[in-house]
Write a protein that binds this ligand. Structure first.
Ligand SMILES: [Zn+2]
Length: 257
């Protein structure tokens, strides 16, 4: 099993929840008052279960008119039809924008041979919140009506090596993924553990459904990863998307391997 980062770069996001590309060389955050910088990094997992994408990102095109995620895949020698499974931690638009795209008013799957996997209750909750700036209604409805999907209900041993665990914290039914093989172990904490630095700089985030719960979970997951030698996959960290962690004397350290 091997994980690869599919970094989509850096964006700014403000109250409107629109993601605008940010070039750290030519753009200045001062020109975008009230905005936060957000890095976006989906992952590719090559496993015996198949070729997997975790949280396919914003689904935006680059300047050449190609979908960034497809471009990133091609650089690793894959194309959209190679993907067998798409795992979704939760359904916020920055995580599921890349599940599908619209062409002439019709939604098409971005990965036509993949099964899309999400928590059923997460979907019910998201649909009940529409209209909402945090969700893209067309993508939610696409997933809900898509033929090749798997709706999980709670903690699920998805396959021999992949465990889907409800974490809550960020959204009510947010899930995290544990990948466990004889030679490689990965943990994907989604938006409960979106950046390695969040293990070091402790805080409760306003954007979480339950910020305190999320903060406590980060520590719990971080400790487990350190003890059991899992490499963490960080969705909102393009600079250091994959890192093992060390925990000693009450402190975390990122090993950035
Ligand atoms: Zn989120």
């Amino acid at each position: 099993m091997n994980a690869h980062a599919l970094s989509e770069g850096t964006y700014t996001v403000d109250e409107s929840k629109n993601f605008i590309p940010f070039n750290s060389i030519s753009d200045s955050i001062k020109d975008r008052p009230g905005s936060l910088l957000v890095e976006i990094c989906p992952f590719l997992i090559i496993s015996v279960e198949g070729i997997i994408i975790i949280d396919p990102g914003l689904g935006l095109k680059n300047k050449s008119g190609e979908f960034q995620i497809i471009k990133n895949l091609s650089q690793l020698g894959f194309n959209s039809t190679d993907i067998n499974i798409v795992l979704l931690s939760h359904l916020h638009k920055d995580h599921i924008g890349g599940v599908a795209y619209e062409e002439n008013g019709i939604m098409n799957p971005m990965f036509p041979n993949a099964q899309y996997v999400y928590q059923e209750e997460e979907m019910n909750e998201a649909l009940s919140k529409l209209p909402s700036k945090s969700f893209e209604a067309s993508k939610l409805k696409f997933l809900k009506s898509y033929k090749n999907k798997k709706e999980l209900s709670g903690n699920t041993q998805f396959s021999k090596n992949i465990y889907c665990e409800i974490s809550g914290g960020h959204t009510k039914n947010h899930q995290v993924f544990w990948f466990n093989t004889a030679n490689k172990k990965y943990f994907y904490g989604g938006d409960v553990l979106p950046q390695g630095t969040q293990l070091i700089r402790k805080f409760a985030a306003k954007y979480d459904f339950n910020g305190k719960e999320s903060a406590a979970l980060r520590i719990q997951y971080g400790k487990k990863c350190a003890e059991e030698n899992y490499a963490c996959l960080f969705f909102h960290s393009s600079a250091h998307p994959i890192s093992k962690v060390k925990y000693a004397d009450g402190r975390f350290e990122l090993l950035n391997n």
